[in-house]
Each structure stands twice: as C-alpha cells, then as structure tokens.
Design a protein around this ligand. Structure first.
Ligand code: T5A
Ligand code: NA
Length: 224
C-alpha cells in the first residue's frame, strides 16, 4: 500500500428536523478520535463536515433568501441553483478526498431531487428532470437516511420556520427518498431509525460507517 488512502465520502440525508446536523457533528468527532488514536499526526483533520445548501456562497445566498420566503423563484430555477451549489463545491470535495480527508455531508443531491420532484405532477418537475443536473457529481460511498415520521419531526425544535416544513410536503418528500434509495441500492444507501434517542441513532450510524472507513482503495465514483 504505497499510495495515500483517499478519504471516504459519507452523506447524511433525511427529512427536515430528522437530526442530520446533530449526527453529522457527532460522526465527524467520532471519526476524528478514531483516526487520531490510530495515527501519529493528530493535528491533521481526518474528517470534515460539509452542509448543503452551503448558504455562504453567492448562489447559496439566493437559496437562503428563497428558503426563508424572502424571495420567490421559478421552481425550475431554484432546482438548478441547488444543483449549481453542489457543483461549485465539487472540486473541494474531490480535493479533500484525494488528500485523505473523510467528508460527512449534511444533505446532498438526493435532497435536491426529493424536494423538487415532490412538486410533480402538479408541475413538470419529473423525477428524471430533477435528477439530470446531478449526473456526474462525486458519488457518496455511503448515504445514511435518517428516517423519522413527519409527525414526530414536527414536534422538534424550530419546525415550521422554512418553506418546505409542512407535513404534507414532508410526506411526499419521504416517498421520493424511498425511490432514490431503491435506485442507489442497499450497499450504498442505509436507512437509520431516527425516531430513537440521539445516542442510539449515533451508534447505529457508527456501526454502518466503520466498515466503509476501511474501504478506501477504490476510486471515487460518479452519480449516477
Ligand atoms: N433542500 C436542500 C432542497 O430543496 N434542495 C436541495 O438540494 C437541498 C440540499 C434546508 C431546506 O432546503 C431543502 C431541504 C430543506 O427543506 P437544511 O438547511 O438542511 O435544508 O435545513 P433542515 O433540514 O431543516 O435542517 P435542520 O438543521 O433544521 O434539521 P436537522 O439537521 O435534520 O436536525 P437537527 O440535528 O438540527 O435537529 C433538529 C431538532 O431536533 C433535535 C435537535 O436537538 C433539534 O432541536 N433532535 C432530536 N430530538 C429527539 N431525538 C433525537 N434523536 C434528536 N436529534 C435531534
Ligand atoms: Na428546515
């Protein structure tokens, strides 16, 4: 094994308030301590969090205004902005993975498809149309889908502040996520019961992540 092992690309997906941000932070810490123990260079980060949408870029600021209902955009246009927000970060993803840093992303292309396609058939945002701009992005090695009933998520802090935080929307989003999971396949898409307490969810995630962290010698693939 002469070449540097690449980082692993992990995505945490789920409905609004399913606990993604909580679990992304915990997983990054857990990977960090596991790899610091195992290597001598404790100062180099071995895992970093990313969040989609990244609201800090010029595109991200437009998305942020849309989500807070401060602006209105055509449904196709906002879909393409979410996708562009991923493409503008794709070179950073590639570079981090190549340098041996593991990425834990809070949402990714799958949210992009699910939240837009739930607007169809009312609008012509078909599943295939929504998927098209995501084709060619770096593919996650593992996606953990935090599954929680919309009625449980609704009872959690801060719910209802943003555009898509309505029970009927979340129910349709969950159906599109199910279809995506079937397409991705069980080796790369794992459903986690996110209705459990935080520690139990964290342990279930960790058990699925450990084998993937060891599997760093195959090249990064592309969606789809
Ligand atoms: N979107 C996103 C698109 O339409 N297209 C796209 O391409 C993308 C990427 C914003 C919106 O954008 C849409 C989807 C979204 O509607 P966001 O910024 O990720 O996306 O916003 P949210 O999904 O709403 O993220 P949140 O931070 O609000 O929710 P999280 O991260 O899922 O949940 P978290 O960890 O913050 O926890 C929420 C609350 O629940 C508690 C926490 O303490 C917190 O109060 N909690 C638990 N309570 C009980 N049991 C547990 N196990 C708990 N875990 C956490
Ligand atoms: Na939200």
């Amino acid at each position: 094994m002469s070449s540097l092992a690449r980082g692993v690309f992990i995505v945490i997906e789920g409905l609004d308030r399913s606990g993604k941000s909580t679990q992304v932070a915990r997983l990054v810490d857990r990977i960090q301590s596991a790899t610091t123990d195992a290597s001598s260079s404790g100062s180099t980060p071995r895992a970093v969090p990313l969040k989609f949408p990244d609201r800090t870029t010029a595109i991200g600021k437009m998305i942020d205004a849309y989500l807070r209902s401060e602006s209105d955009l055509d449904d196709h246009a906002i879909h393409l902005l979410f996708s562009a927000n991923r493409w503008e970060l794709a070179p950073k993803i590639e570079a981090l993975l190549a340098s041996g840093t593991t990425i834990v992303a809070d949402r990714y292309a799958f949210s992009g498809i699910a939240f837009s396609a739930q607007k169809s058939p009312h609008l012509n945002l078909t599943f295939e149309w929504c998927k098209a701009p995501e084709i060619g992005l770096p593919a996650p090695d593992l996606t953990l889908f935090l599954d929680v009933k919309p009625e449980i998520a609704m009872q959690r802090g801060g719910y209802g502040e943003e555009r898509y935080e309505k029970q009927e929307v979340q129910t349709r989003v969950r159906q599109v996520f199910e279809r995506i999971g079937e397409e991705i396949g069980a080796d790369r898409w794992v459903v986690i019961d996110a209705g459990q307490d935080r520690d139990k969810v964290g342990d279930d995630i960790w058990n699925r992540v450990v084998p993937v962290l060891r599997d760093t010698h195959k090249p990064v693939t592309r969606l789809w």
